[in-house]
Write a protein of this length. Structure first.
Lengths: 256, 266
């Protein structure tokens, strides 16, 4: 559902942008405050509650044994889902996942998979028969914009504190080794202005969105353009540079 | 190196002379054929062969938007449904939308949203249907390219056609337009779509591993390629409407089993 945003707010945001600031006083390239609380859920193998400004996301990891996919008999299985529960926003409704939730889960999944955050070949127990299956479940609790980044930070933080329940196969539980730290940074274009980590007011009037996931070297691992508008090439170039720079400090916050 | 884990078959995707498995160089497209107006019932349609991809696109509308609560009193909805036929891939695909096709449908709808003059048709919907009949990687780009021709064939007013192409990286080399093997065993893939007249990027995705420089050279390759694809789109429309004008009547329905014989090597 598209929410009705008053033209006043649009004008307000654009007027502020012209004078170099935003509704919450941030600079264009300044993300909101990120708070990460790891091991939030005891019944999960790994979990994290992430607050990015007023956006609040809880990510839980469940790990169990299962069968590998036939085309990757020596690899564990990773599966990511997202639920936009009605509690989190007046615009979310119950029911089967909408395209927005599917895109969110797939973009978070792609960042983790393509960065090889988890070495899936270490997640094999018996080739062709038994592997570790990891479910990343994204639960949005409070929606104030930029679910892509909040969910992605939550997923990486939850993975970083996850335990492989090896006691289920007669061994000792051990921490899931995280080999890479993907960080996604989402930018939105509002008129001629590009802002990083858009809040809900900004997101509602944004023309186009670009999520860039980088690794520790600053290399690109995943990208997703969204919304109905377009980007010029020089804007894409600028967004990538910002994502690398902003990503570095966010990575440190998630790690600690 | 790292690439080995990507490449269990130890396929050499690109040889010492820079020649790829199917004989192309790094900056070569697969052969592309486009034909406009291939379906009777649809308001507009197009068929594309892109290497071993075979994709049909149809457009209906502007027509009344359903469900009605989705109607926008200010403009038309642009809705795309990308679908793969169960027999279009080696392992049968279960019919109906999966998560991948829901995502692709969403990004293609968004790619066309700023190109169609939607304000001219309030409360309506422009429905784009993309059916992948045979898949060999790059189906979203092929589908989007065909859908663009189908929109024009349906007479939908647009700012421009949209042309689409992917680039990626195989065997450490940034290459244009990956085929299935290259996509499966390569290191990265980056589909994009552009409005050729303005240079605006309306679709951009990436997965894999590219340095910043590699990404920019991949984007450059794709942009160059879309210029040629744009010409093929225009030619397909010209062919259809030049014939129509000559006969002074509705254009003949082309048989999709026998596409035009010329091969456009770019």
């Amino acid at each position: 559902m598209t929410e009705v945003i008053s033209e006043l707010m649009r004008e307000h945001i654009q007027r502020l942008a012209a004078s170099g600031t935003r509704t919450d006083g941030r600079a264009f390239d300044e993300p909101r405050k990120l708070v990460v609380e790891k091991n939030y859920i005891k019944t999960a193998e790994g979990s994290a509650r992430v607050r990015l400004g007023n956006t609040d996301v809880l990510v839980g990891i469940k790990i169990d044994t299962g069968e590998p996919y036939p085309d990757t008999p020596n690899s564990g299985v990773l599966s990511t889902s997202a639920e936009l529960i009605p509690m989190a926003s007046p615009s979310f409704e119950s029911g089967p996942p909408r395209p927005e939730a599917i895109e969110l889960a797939r973009v978070v999944d792609r960042g983790i998979r393509e960065t090889k955050a988890v070495n899936m070949e270490n997640m094999c127990i018996v080739p062709n028969e038994k592997v570790w299956v990891m479910f990343i479940d994204i639960h949005v609790l409070d929606y104030d914009g930029n679910l892509f980044d909040a969910s992605s930070y939550g997923a990486v933080a939850a993975l970083s504190c996850a335990k492989v329940p090896a006691s289920k196969i007669g061994k000792e539980d051990y921490p899931l080794p995280l080999e890479n730290w993907p960080v996604s940074v989402t930018s939105a274009r509002i008129g001629d202005t590009i802002v990083v980590d858009p809040n809900l007011d900004e997101e509602r009037i944004a023309d186009a969105r670009l999520t860039v996931t980088t690794d520790e070297k600053g290399d690109l691992r995943a990208m997703q353009k969204g919304l109905k508008g377009s980007f010029r090439l020089d804007e894409i170039r600028r967004i990538i540079e910002t994502s690398q720079r902003v990503g570095r400090s966010i990575r440190e916050t998630i790690r600690t | 190196m790292k690439d080995k884990e990507h490449n269990p078959k130890q396929l050499k995707l690109i040889d010492a002379n820079g020649i790829r498995l199917d004989g192309r160089r790094y900056d070569e497209l697969r052969p592309i054929k486009i034909e406009a107006g291939v379906l009777k019932k649809a308001d507009g349609s197009a068929y594309i062969e892109w290497g071993n991809n075979r994709v049909l696109a149809a457009v209906y509308g502007p027509r009344e938007a359903h469900p009605r609560h989705l109607q926008d009193p200010a403009k038309a909805l642009v809705q795309c449904r990308y679908n793969m036929a169960p027999f279009s891939v080696t392992e049968r695909k279960r019919p109906g939308p999966d998560r991948r096709s829901v995502e692709i449908s969403k990004v293609i709808s968004e790619a066309f949203a700023s190109v169609v003059f939607a304000e001219q048709f309030p409360r309506t919907s422009v429905d784009i249907f993309i059916e992948v009949l045979q898949a060999d990687a790059g189906t979203r780009c092929a589908g989007l390219t065909a859908a663009s021709v189908a929109l024009a064939d349906a007479g939908i007013p647009m700012r421009d056609l949209v042309a689409s192409c992917a680039s990626g990286k195989i065997g450490g080399v940034v290459c244009l337009d990956l085929n299935k093997d290259e996509d499966n065993f390569g290191e990265a893939d980056c589909p994009m779509a552009i409005v050729p007249r303005t240079g605006d990027v309306v679709l951009l995705q990436m997965d894999g591993h590219l340095t910043e420089e590699e990404f920019h050279s991949a984007l450059d390759l794709s942009i160059k390629a879309t210029k040629g694809i744009y010409q093929l789109q225009r030619q397909a429309l010209l062919r259809r409407y030049a014939t129509a004008a000559q006969e002074g009547e509705e254009p003949p329905r082309a048989d999709i089993r026998e596409p035009p014989s010329e091969v456009n090597d770019l």
